[in-house]
Write a protein that binds this ligand. Structure first.
Ligand SMILES: Cc1ncc(COP(=O)(O)O)c(C=O)c1O
Length: 436
């Protein structure tokens, strides 16, 4: 049984006005691990995985849920996902190197990217990782590597679905002008090239329409489009399509007003279209692959900061109240990048009523270094703990060393036990590669 997705981790509770996650109080976490700190609630990660695996199991199809590692990866998280039966999609040599050191099943790894280097492709082919081809140049590179090494390459082709998905333009990926994927006209000739090469194995096709998507209709359109291609591939090439990768992108609630679709509804809708279409066309249903990133980890994560200096500035409309936290755009770039909204809380006053509107700003040397504006909170005092929800995806993964700020620690919490997933960087770590 899964629990519906909410802004806060599924284990979030309040005890004596203090927020607890996974059975541990945030004040204890701050004492033990210091702030700023990424917190990951293991029960929420498991719950989010099961939204996918349970619905695919119930549909009685062959499937792989490949976590989109770009949302954020480390060994402990990947091993947790492996326990839940998930695979991973990877987009760089660094991610391949990392995933290969975990229990993730190699048959469930998909290598993406619009400009994979020869070295990265060699790594993937050597490890037997499936490659999702983005363009003709890449196919040539893969062909030459397999000729040099005598190794086989297992290939899918990323199609540009040309489906409008209403989300921020930076995270739309399926439209014609997108840098990702091959056009519809290129698909069949590319499959033919693969079929003609003895070391290349054609496994299937891939389509991804974007990220943080709330509308289920584009997914329905994607399933119909992919069905049309299954038929076209059969007609034009006779090649069996063994795998059909439908990408990721299902949205999550960052604030209470966000109403993303229910994962099992989207999955059921797409798979039903494909099952019916395949039955009608007399085509075996390929293995269904989905690649969720954000919807697996975002709501499991929260970032715990300490409030430091406060500033109240008289402005035309009243007073602008700043809370400065001990992190900011280096550990969470998303507000500076796309004004993404978050839910905030004063973790040591979790049930106090909100009285004041705040701008939560970081400590970095950019005026745009903010995490949120017009945020209603109880009166904040220096030393209070500020908790930001929904930071489990694309936060650690997009972190930077701006102002030579060390990367934060991350703890995974389950049943009252806090496990250090990522150690906090030290100042020495920051200088490791600097030559004197
Ligand atoms: C090919 C591909 N698959 C999966 C994802 C994961 O998207 P999300 O984290 O929104 O689920 C992305 C991200 O944009 C992607 O480009």
């Amino acid at each position: 049984m899964t629990t519906p997705v909410t802004v806060r981790p599924v284990t979030a509770q309040i005890e004596n006005s203090i927020r607890t996650i996974g059975g541990i109080s945030t004040t204890d976490l701050a004492k033990q691990f210091d702030t700023p700190l990424y917190i990951m609630d293991v029960a929420t990660v498991r719950n989010n995985c099961r939204h996918y695996t349970d619905s695919l199991k119930a549909l009685n199809v062959d499937y792989t849920v490949a976590y989109a590692g770009k949302a954020g990866m480390c060994f402990k998280l990947l091993n947790l996902l492996a326990e839940e039966g998930l695979g991973t999609d990877v987009v760089s040599g660094g991610e391949i190197h990392t995933v290969l050191q975990t229990n993730i099943d190699r048959d469930k790894i998909y290598f993406h990217g619009n400009n994979k280097s020869k070295k990265e492709l060699e790594m993937a082919i050597e490890a037997g990782i499936r490659i999702v081809i983005d363009n003709a140049y890449e196919l040539q590179l893969i062909d030459s590597i397999t000729k040099e090494t005598g190794k086989q390459a297992q290939l899918l082709i990323r199609l540009k679905p040309e489906i409008e998905a209403h989300t921020h333009e930076h995270i739309q990926t399926g439209q014609i002008e997108s840098k990702f994927g091959v056009s519809k006209a290129e698909l069949i000739p590319m499959i033919q090239t693969i079929l003609d090469a003895p070391n290349l194995q054609f496994l299937g096709i891939h389509g991804h329409i974007g990220s943080q998507i709330f509308d289920p209709i584009p997914y329905e359109k994607l399933a119909h489009l992919m069905m049309d291609y299954l038929i076209k591939i059969k007609q034009d090439t006779q090649a069996p399509v063994l795998e059909l990768n439908l990408g990721g992108g299902i949205g999550i609630p960052y604030i209470e007003a966000d109403k993303p679709p229910v994962v099992s509804d989207v999955i059921t809708q797409m798979v039903t279209i494909l099952k019916d279409g395949c039955a009608q066309a007399n085509i075996p249903l390929p293995r269904i692959i989905v690649e969720p990133g954000r919807s697996i980890v975002a709501t499991a994560g929260a970032t715990l900061y300490s409030a430091g200096a406060l500033k109240s500035i008289p402005v035309k409309s009243g007073t602008l109240n700043y809370v400065f936290v001990d992190g900011g755009m280096a550990d969470n770039l998303r507000y500076a990048l796309y004004k993404s909204e978050y839910t905030f809380e004063v973790a040591n006053k979790a049930d106090h009523p909100a009285t004041t509107q705040y701008t939560i700003a970081g400590k970095f040397c950019e005026s745009g270094d903010k995490l949120g504006e017009n945020i209603p909170l109880p009166q904040v005092e220096s030393g209070d703990l500020v908790l930001v929800y929904g930071t489990g995806a694309y936060n650690y993964a997009m972190a930077s060393h701006y102002n030579l700020f060390p990367y934060l620690a991350m703890v995974g919490i389950e049943d009252g036990v806090a496990d250090l997933w990522i150690e906090r960087e030290t100042y020495e770590d920051l200088n490791t590669h600097f030559k004197k």
